[in-house]
Design a binder for this molecule. Structure first.
Ligand code: PLP
Length: 397
């Protein structure tokens, strides 16, 4: 059959401006090497190495066997929405009910749909930096501008209210927090969080609190925007995920909780975008929420131990600088003292480590911090030991 070529495909300006997620790129390149038989030590993806909780797997399997395979309401299973709201009410005293939530296709979709619901051309969104790769892209995709406020390695990347609030202008629409932070592990204190939310409420701004890593905290007091939702009901939007807490990344389930008008807008967007998240996966998530707390505690304890191992190992590498992260499961050392020709920036350094040492890391440039690289410690202790040894050897060359 003859192939009839047409004019080059013309993409929308929106699509042309967006690139592949750097973390997914590293995962893809590491997978290519693994497929060629290379034994890659993978610190790339933010993906727990634990299996999903047995109760979740069993519940989802049973749901499938029972034929629970049809559309559900677009905003998710009512029982799951109610259970999510109840968890936050019990733990933080938030006023949200099931109807104040939407179950989404991962926390990523919650954030993306929120950006579409809230932001438009000319708006500014203030957020701490370094930050997760998808935040700026999603904000830009919605036509708005990310305004980043630096946090510092010497300060343990703590998120302070003062500099964030100083960055607010008449164009600011929202403040986007992610505590604990991917990639830095930095956290915000309950006092600073209150200050941010109170200020935002006074100005009519929204505070989006991405608490995907909320359960992974090391020796600092927990802070959730849910604790402020009763007092500031029009201001606080909380985003959460089953991916990291329950090692359920592939199930693609997240959620948001917040003010009615925002929830309705996201429901409408979702009704045209994905409709409901996968029916039987939500049954599994409900079981995880109700019964998997023991597994979560085991995982968090293990991450705590690995954090010590990776912090000690990285600090022993000449030129690396790191303070143990306060939360999440990433180490984000400053490595610029090790830059040389051939590994002259974080991207080249990540390529060098992959090619020369078969170690996958994510370049800090992806998060707005070119002097750093990110290593996930959601991997086995054996991977940690071997990977750290390989990095040290490769950089000594
Ligand atoms: N927010 C942050 C800060 C993340 O790091 C991630 C995943 O890496 C997400 C949200 C979204 O996770 P998911 O879409 O798997 O729920």
């Amino acid at each position: 059959m003859p192939v009839i070529r047409s004019a080059p495909v013309k993409l929308s300006a929106r699509a042309a401006a967006i690139g592949e997620s750097a973390t997914l790129r590293v995962t893809r390149r590491a997978a290519e090497l693994k497929a060629r038989g290379v034994d890659v030590m993978d610190f790339g993806a933010g993906e727990p190495d634990f299996p999903s909780p047995k109760v979740a797997v069993e519940a989802a399997r049973q749901a499938l066997a029972d034929g629970f395979t049809r559309y559900t309401p677009g905003s998710g299973l009512p029982e799951l929405r109610a259970a999510v709201a109840e968890v936050y009410q019990t733990r933080w005293g938030s006023p949200w009910k099931g109807a104040d939530s939407v179950i989404t296709v991962g926390g990523k979709a919650a954030l993306f749909q929120l950006a579409l619901a809230l932001f438009e051309a000319g708006d500014e969104v203030v957020l701490p930096s370094p930050c997760w790769v998808s935040f700026p892209e999603q904000i830009l995709f919605a036509g708005a501008h990310p305004v980043t406020v630096p946090t510092a390695v010497d300060d343990g990347f703590r998120i302070h209210a003062g500099p964030l609030l100083d960055a607010v202008t008449p164009r600011t629409r929202a403040i986007l927090l992610n505590s604990p932070c991917n990639p830095t592990g930095g956290v915000i204190s309950p006092e600073d969080l209150r200050q941010v939310v109170a200020f935002a409420a006074e100005r009519g701004l929204i505070v989006i609190s991405d608490e995907t890593y909320e359960r992974f905290l090391y020796d600092v007091p927990p802070a959730s925007a849910a604790a402020l939702a009763a007092e500031f009901p029009d201001t606080v939007v909380l985003v959460g995920s089953f991916s990291k807490t329950y090692a359920m990344t592939g199930w693609r389930l997240g959620y948001l909780l917040g003010p009615g008008p925002i929830i309705r807008a996201v429901e409408n967007i979702q009704s045209h975008a994905t409709s409901n998240p996968t029916s039987f996966a939500m049954v599994g998530a409900l079981a995880a929420l109700r019964h998997a707390e023991p597994e979560v505690e085991v995982m968090v304890a293990e991450y705590r131990a690995r954090r010590e191992i990776i912090a000690d190992g990285l600090n022993a590498i000449p030129g690396f600088r790191l303070r143990p992260p306060h939360g999440a499961f990433y180490a984000f050392p400053e490595v610029s003292a090790c830059f040389r020709p051939g590994r002259e920036n974080s991207m080249a350094m990540a390529d060098y480590l992959l090619e020369e040492a078969a170690v996958a890391v994510v370049p800090g440039a992806a998060f707005g911090a070119d002097d750093h690289i990110r290593l996930s410690f959601a991997c086995s202790r054996a991977t940690l030991a071997e990977g750290l040894a390989r990095i040290a050897a490769a950089l000594a060359r």
